[in-house]
Design a protein around this ligand. Sequence first.
Ligand code: NAD
Length: 292
Amino acid sequence: MTRVGYIGLGTMGRPMAENLLADGYDPTVFDLRDEAVEALESQGANGAADVGEVAENAAIIFLSLPSPPVVEDVVAELKPALTPGSVVVDLSTSMPSVTEGIADELAEGGVDVLGAPVTGGRPGATDGTLTVMVGGEESALDQCRPVMESFANDIIHIGESPGDGDAVKLLRNYIAFVQYIAASEAVLLGQKSGLDPEPLLDVLDSADALGEPTSIFLPKKIEGEYDLGFGLGLMEKDLKLLTQYGEDNDAPLMLGNAVRQIVGYGTSDLGKDADNGKLHQYLKEMIHREDA
Ligand code: NAD
């Protein structure tokens, strides 16, 4: 069976590694947090002392890390221990140029890189139903696809350039985040004017006007179930990458920059570790200010 490794056992990484275990793989895992490694070890995974030990024991190494600089640091540590023919699959939401940079660097040693960000959140990672948007060589994806099927339903090859998956993920998040802010403001304004939010949400859903933010997230936010497993720090990071990606391509994103500022103010107020669901409450305090 293919020898696999997994680095970054947080909200997304831990359930994905558990799905690899459930499918009979014998992953070698590492995280800076000892307790995250121990939790996987207790389920049968091989805990590594450092990222080099993961590289020594795996032909396919998955990364699920908080930001592009962390990905670059981990890849720099991995590089001396990687063997030719192995593949590094970065599942983090990262920057196209960063993924292309690490791909160029590792190509010298005969190692392929796939930029493979995911969507579906913690529920998709737990149920093994994620969508993966893959940039990189099709042959490397063919090698990894059977393993990725342990945690993903849809594995979409976006293009041959390793950063192509990241580009699509940032654009997908742009739409989702703008819709979230717009839907949140719309429902709060409706409530303030005396509307019952439930039929409003029913109409928005039946008209399929907004999709994900209303059908999945907003009802939970209105009910006060704020732990959606995606921190404001990550949302802010994705918007920073998106607007930088827009600048890099000489494309001003007016809504994208406005949403980045709203999320930035919310993050300053609530903290990077606060769940992104709390943004609805933050907007409520502004929009419903006389009764907040
Ligand atoms: P997280 O913060 O829960 O997990 C990141 C993990 O990486 C942590 O366990 C941390 O200890 C570990 N880590 C940090 N630096 C490390 C290093 N140098 N070496 C080894 N381990 C290190 O984040 P998450 O929510 O799991 O997100 C991971 C990635 O997936 C991010 O890029 C995020 O944008 C993306 N993503 C998250 C979600 C979500 O719903 N949470 C959805 C889709 C994509």
